[in-house]
Write a protein that binds this ligand. Structure first.
Ligand code: GLA
Length: 735
């Protein structure tokens, strides 16, 4: 078992293939974080708790208890009894007073991984995947509040991942109010680190940002009710200069799709606290006696070999232990989506004409996007009225789906089940179903309100709207969209004492609906989306094997979005489409071939009016489709290598996917800007076997893996901006 308890040293040791995590218990019963880093063979290092340093032995010098609490490396810190740093747990008692202290009670070590009630969470899997997965449950207790905190650690040996979550139980016979419950916190000596996060905005999500870590708090987070365009629920602490192969990395990723905080704090005593959990702003949770609260899961990984190893471990972990969909390892149908082709302006004939042309080119599925229901001819109305607009789609969705299937394509449909338009029959019947604050007109965004999914009857209605259509028409794929932030956080159905539960109850409501959907329709291919990529998080991946990465399909803008997204999430889960030119978001025109090559590193599709595009572009589609079929397995299942990120000095972008058995690799080279009067450029291509000979597809050129990684290859000068080259190497059987 990868978890052991050394009774004599009062030390828990959690081991993965390359890392060790240790937790210690002091004589006074405080539970401290001892060590996280490169693997150790034996338990040790408990002196790092500094529990015996003068002034810190409470039985000897209780007058300095505050100094002790403010500097002890807690495994799960609490608030308002002395630790002046950010606490993970803040609890109010029946007197309205806050203050909590936790002491060790007992532990349990088991094989496998428990699920988390009502929440997405990683799992051990079956057969070989489940080998090397075990769980430590540490129970801590506050004897005054009479609450227990169960800290759950699951160890995934092969992927170098440890997950954490927390269950708080109220055994007191009284009411307890949770003001804050983070899921994970680790304390260590400050050292020199940078904080890396994925930040952005609509149409430029998840750009990689690094900033030096200094005294005080540096944090990212969301209060938008979703994980957000602006910040992704991921942070890493990296040593300065850490690159793809060098440097240390501590990463945390939140399996949650709502408000979050991810923070690094350096204290007066040069200790560093890294924590992650549900954002405490506008959050509280009333725990009646006997109740419990489960905090979502945090995924942690440590790499002593740079960001590349972190990325590959996270990709393996999400593919092996989080994404459940039966489509995970399957080739997804190549789709054509009508959104940027028609927006709201379409009818059956237009959709069928796109479908026919798409079929001729080898495309496999048509997705009908926004605008098919109610009176929705613009974004001013009808969300909530999920019945077909017969003026556009005569005969209804089932008839259209039959026609599309007759053409030989699968059929997918867009929904935005979490929303309600003020101009809708639903709103006229149930104005109280929208989130709102008493006495205020709710704030509109994209001319819509948000449904109060904390209410069961609202969830049932919204779910049935989707399910009814799926029960009566043949629908192979659903795009589940969510196009605004949450504001006006008030529910007409909850008492005053529970209004601050709305944000979290909303997220639990979304999870419940998506769980119902994938359970009732196990063959459905579900793609999550949120105004592009505002809910691109591990929580969503538990329900859908793919997520729309960004509304920005311009391949040049996409390079940064792809790089940031792929730092954490596997390529197999990134929705990527070929757009038309000029691109609707950036107005940039990029060659069709480049649009195809960039979109290939994701779940591939088209989003353009195929009946209108230039003939020479149309003629390229069958070739692009063949490329997708040839390379998709490699891209989806391979090891990802980030090689160059384009910048002023190096105006090219390079990444690769290498087969797990090292038999082949595909590298994508994008020349963003041309540079005149230079020689061919030398690019190192890592990942292949040192001594195996590989042939470059379409040529007679052969290289050993060692040559490719160390000498590199020469990319001849290319004249023009936004040009690409795919480099596919296969082990040369003749060698
Ligand atoms: C969001 C999505 C788009 C499209 C529109 C429809 O912006 O990200 O892909 O579905 O909504 O309104």
């Amino acid at each position: 078992m990868a978890v052991l308890y050394d009774e004599s040293r009062r030390l828990f040791k959690l081991d993965t293939a390359n890392t060790t995590y240790m937790i210690g218990i002091t004589e006074d019963g405080y539970v401290g974080h001892v060590y996280y880093g490169r693997r150790l063979n034996r338990p040790g290092g408990e002196y790092l708790l500094r529990a015996k340093e003068y002034a810190y032995i409470l039985s000897v010098n209780a007058r300095e208890k505050e100094a002790f609490l403010s500097s002890f490396p807690f495994e799960y810190p609490t608030q308002w009894t002395g630790d002046l740093r950010e606490g993970a747990l803040d609890v109010m008692n029946e007197e309205g007073q806050c203050g909590c202290e936790l002491f060790y009670r007992d532990y349990e070590i088991t094989a496998g991984k428990p699920s988390l009630e009502g929440l997405p969470a990683s799992f051990a899997g079956e057969g070989k995947a489940a080998e090397g997965v075990s769980t430590l449950r540490l129970t801590l207790t506050d004897p005054v509040l009479e609450i227990d905190a169960e800290l759950i650690y699951s160890v995934f040996e092969k992927e170098d991942v440890i997950t954490r979550s927390v269950v708080i139980r109220n055994n007191s016979g009284k009411t307890r109010i949770l003001q804050k419950v983070y899921s994970a916190s680790i304390d260590m000596d400050a050292g020199h680190y940078e904080m890396l996060s994925l930040t952005g905005s609509w149409a430029r999500e998840r750009h990689i940002r690094r900033r030096p870590v200094g005294i005080g708090k540096q944090s990212v987070g969301s209060i938008a009710g979703k994980s957000s365009h602006q910040e992704n629920p991921f942070i890493a602490l990296v040593t300065p200069g850490a690159g793809q192969d060098t440097g240390e990395v501590y990463a945390m990723n939140f399996v949650y799709s709502g408000n979050f905080t991810a923070q690094v704090q350096v204290s007066q005593f040069d200790s560093l606290r890294m924590c992650m959990g549900i954002n405490a702003e506008n959050f509280s949770w009333t725990l009646e006696s006997g109740d419990h609260f489960t905090a979502p899961e945090v995924v942690m990984t440590y790499s002593a070999q740079g960001l590349g190893q972190m990325t590959r471990h996270l990709h393996d972990f999400y593919r092996g232990h989080l994404i459940r969909s039966p489509y995970l390892h399957k080739e997804r149908p190549i789709l054509i989506n009508n959104w940027e082709a028609t927006y709201f302006d379409f009818d059956t004939e237009k959709i069928l004409s796109i479908a026919r042309k798409a079929k001729e080119s080898g495309i496999e599925m048509l997705v009908l996007d926004d605008g098919w229901f109610g009176k929705r001819n613009s974004d001013t109305s009808s969300l909530g009225d999920w019945y077909v607009n017969e003026n556009k789609i005569k005969g209804g969705i089932a008839a259209l789906s039959d026609e599309i299937h007759k053409i030989g394509l699968k059929f997918g449909l867009w929904f935005e089940p979490e929303m309600i338009s003020p101009d809708s029959d639903l709103y006229r019947a149930h104005p109280d179903w929208a989130l709102q604050l008493k006495g205020r007109t709710a704030t509109m965004s994209r001319q819509q309100y948000v449904l109060d999914l904390s209410r069961q009857e609202v969830r049932d209605y919204a779910y049935e709207c989707v399910a009814k259509i799926l029960r009566t028409a043949k629908i192979d794929y659903v795009k589940w969209d969510m196009n605004r932030e949450l504001t006006d956080i008030g529910s007409a159905a909850l008492p005053a004492s529970r209004q601050q539960e709305v944000f979290h109850r909303y997220v639990l409501g979304v999870y419940e609906m998506q769980e119902r959907l994938v359970t009732e329709f196990p063959d459905l291919l579900l793609e999550n989306c949120s105004g592009g990529g505002a809910r691109f998080d591990p929580g969503m991946l538990y329900y859908s094997p793919q997520i729309w990465r960004s509304d920005d399909m311009d391949p040049i803008e996409r390079l940064r979005i792809q790089e940031g997204t792929a730092l954490v999430y596997p390529l197999s889960c990134m929705g990527a489409h070929v757009c038309c030119a000029p691109n609707h978001t950036t107005a940039r025109s990029v060659p069709f071939e480049t649009r195809g090559h960039v979109a290939l590193s994701g779940t591939f599709g088209y989003e353009l009016d195929i009946t209108q595009i230039p003939e020479e572009d149309l003629e390229m589609i069958p070739g692009q489709i063949a490329e997708y079929h040839r390379y998709h397995g490699l891209i989806a299942e391979g090891d990802y290598y980030r090689i160059h990120s384009w910048s002023g000095e190096e105006p090219w972008d390079v990444w690769g996917s290498v087969a797990k058995d090292r038999s082949e690799a595909l590298y994508t080279f994008v020349q963003v800007l041309t540079r005149p009067n230079v020689r061919s450029r030398r690019i190192l291509l890592p990942g292949l076997e040192e001594d195996t000979v590989y042939r470059l597809e379409g040529t007679e050129e052969c290289y050993t893996g060692g040559e490719l990684a160390k000498c590199g290859i020469l990319i001849p000068e290319m004249r023009g901006d936004a040009l690409t080259k795919l480099l596919h190497f296969t082990a040369d059987t003749r060698a």
